[in-house]
Design a protein around this ligand. Sequence first.
Ligand code: CO8
Length: 263
Amino acid sequence: MAYENILFEVTDGVAVITFNRPKALNAINGALLNELSAALDEIEGNEDIRVLVLTGAGDKAFVAGADITELATFNTLQGKLFSRKGQLIFNRLQEMAIPVVAAVNGFALGGGSEIALASDFIYASENATFGLPEITLGIIPGFGGTQRLARLVGINRAKEMIFTGSMVPAPEAEKIGLVNRVFPQDKLMDETLKTAKGIAKKGKVSLREAKKAVNTGLNVELGIGCQIEADAFGICLASPDAKEGTGAFIEKRKAVFKGSLLK
Ligand code: CO8
C-alpha cells in the first residue's frame, strides 16, 4: 500500500512507522489511522519483522494528538466510532506478538501520548513533552489514555495530568516512570534503533510469550499470573529458539535465533 500520512520502512528486522503530517504536527486523522492499521497488517504478515518502532516526522512533534479540525466536525456517534477505531488499533499495538517501542521526539499530546502508552516502552528526546490536554478542549482522552496512564504512573498522577491537561516535560516523564530513557534529540533514533536491533536478535517466540505474560498477568491476581507465566515458559521451552539458545550456551557459541512464530 502507498502511504501518505505515515512513512514505513524495514531495516535489519526492525520496522519503523513515522507519523508524517508535519504541517499539523503529525496529528491523527481518520486517514492516518487507516494507514496505521494497514501497516500493522503488513507487519503481522511479515515473519522477518521482529520489532516495531514508532516515531514522528520532523524535530518538533511525535504526534500532537487527534486532528482537532476533524474532531470538531464529529457528532456523538462519529466521535464514539472514531474513539473506538483508535482504541482497537492501539490495542493491537499493545497485543502484537512483537515488541513495540515509541521514540518520542517532541510533542506527544492527547492521542500522541496515547499511542506511546500503547507501546511496550518509551524512549524520549530531551525536548519531548507529554500530556493529555483534552480537558482544555472540553473532551476527555478517548484512545485509551484514561486507562493506560493510570496503570503506568498510578491513579493520582494520572488524574492530575488528565484534570489539569498540563504538559509533562521528558525529565519529569522519566521521573514518574512514563518514559524509560531520555536522550539528546539527535541521538534518540540511533539509541532507539540500537535497542530495537538488540531485541530483534532475540527469540521471537520468547519475546511474544514474555510480552503476553507481563500484559496478561497485570490484569489478574498474582497466582493466576504465575500460572500464565508457567504456561508461557513451557511454550518457549518447546520452541526451536530454546533449543538453539540452550544448545549455544552448552556449545559455548553465540545463539542465532531464527525467530519463527509458526513452528
Ligand atoms: N490537530 C490539528 N492541527 C494541529 C494539532 C492538532 N492536534 N496540533 C497542532 N496542529 C497544527 C496547528 O493548528 C498549526 O497549524 P497552522 O500552521 O495551519 O496554523 C500547526 O499544527 C503548528 O502548530 P502551532 O502553530 O500551534 O505550534 P506551536 O508550537 O505554537 O504549539 C502545540 C504546539 C502546543 C502542540 C499546539 O499546536 C497545540 O496545543 N496543539 C494541540 C494539542 C492538543 O490539544 N492535542 C489533543 C487533541 S485531542 C485528542 O488528542 C483526543 C484523542 C482522543 C480522540 C478520541 C476520538 C473522538
